[in-house]
Ligand binder design. Structure first.
Ligand SMILES: Nc1ncnc2c1ncn2[C@@H]1O[C@H](COP(=O)(O)OP(=O)(O)O)[C@@H](O)[C@H]1O
Ligand SMILES: [Mg+2]
Length: 265
């Protein structure tokens, strides 16, 4: 084997895609996130781990301004993508969410055909001029989501008729159809069986060739399998952030060690 071709890209030399500085989130008088600094690396899978209620989803939702839709939420601090302030008043959150796509815990396909689920975003964002172009976008997204072979003969069938794992891959196809740069996934496997989970994990590894992926997971095994970087949250603080292998084998903070060894959580 030619060694040159199998050398892993060195994550430490990857540039940062999104940066957060001093991010705080309040829901009414509940201080949910306290002064979070993190640099999300380009074309890297970053895992957010930590006990339930520690602020993982809250932070994920800051990255595409989904907290804008939560009336009681106040977000402070600075967040940038490619150096641009994503909270600048001139940024349209709908456009931002096309660039920073999201996949949720429970697969939530629209009550539409498989085709229309994937075509929806490209249509509303005017990404295709002709039916042939739209067909091409749909096919490419379904291929990247590793679902094309299973659905290519029934694109007109309802998305809700697929199995849970297929539905989640359909939601991933829908998210990537608008050519996002970042893909946020909030516990994307928690409603899936082990086989579907393994398929989605394999897919996440392939997606990092094209996208920056951030995944919230309550499974430390999953974080260790799919990510190159891990951030450990605890009680609204980002306690430790680093290379995934280091976090799991040689954590620097006693709270991280307590969590990964099962003493808190
Ligand atoms: N919409 C909301 N309104 C009020 N409190 C919320 C809301 N969403 C989350 N919280 C609170 O913020 C904290 C962090 O929640 P969350 O980000 O969902 O944690 P995690 O994803 O790590 O389980 C929790 O105490 C939670 O109860
Ligand atoms: Mg959550």
């Amino acid at each position: 084997m030619n060694v040159m071709t199998v050398v892993e890209r060195d994550v430490s030399e990857t540039r940062s895609k999104m940066d957060a500085r001093g991010v705080q989130v309040w829901y009414g008088d509940k201080h949910a996130l306290k002064d979070v600094d993190v640099a999300i690396l380009d074309r890297t899978v970053t895992a957010f781990i930590g006990p339930s209620g520690c602020g993982k989803s809250t932070f994920l939702r800051c990255l595409n301004r989904m907290n804008d839709t939560v009336a009681s939420a106040r977000v402070m601090g600075k967040m940038t993508m490619d150096g641009q302030d994503i909270y600048d008043p001139r940024v349209d959150p709908v456009q931002l969410r096309a660039k920073v796509g999201m996949v949720f815990q429970k697969p939530n396909p629209f009550p539409k055909s498989i085709y229309d689920n994937v075509a929806y975003g490209p249509k509303i964002h005017g990404l295709a001029r002709t039916k042939a172009e739209l067909d091409e976008i749909v096919e490419t997204a379904l291929k990247k989501a590793a679902l094309w072979n299973e659905v290519k003969d029934r694109l007109a069938a309802p998305g809700t008729g697929l199995s849970g794992g297929q539905q989640q891959r359909l939601c991933i196809a829908r998210a990537i159809a608008t050519s996002p740069e970042v893909l946020l996934m909030d516990e994307p496997c928690s409603a899936l069986d082990p086989i579907a989970t393994a398929q989605v994990e394999e897919l996440i590894d392939e997606l990092r060739a094209h996208f920056t992926v951030v995944i919230v997971t309550h499974s430390m095994q999953q974080a260790a399998r799919v990510s190159q970087r891990t951030a450990f949250f605890h009680l609204g603080n980002l306690v430790e952030y680093g290379e995934t292998g280091q976090i799991f084998t040689n954590p620097r903070d006693p709270r991280t060690e307590a969590y990964i060894t099962g003493r808190i959580g």
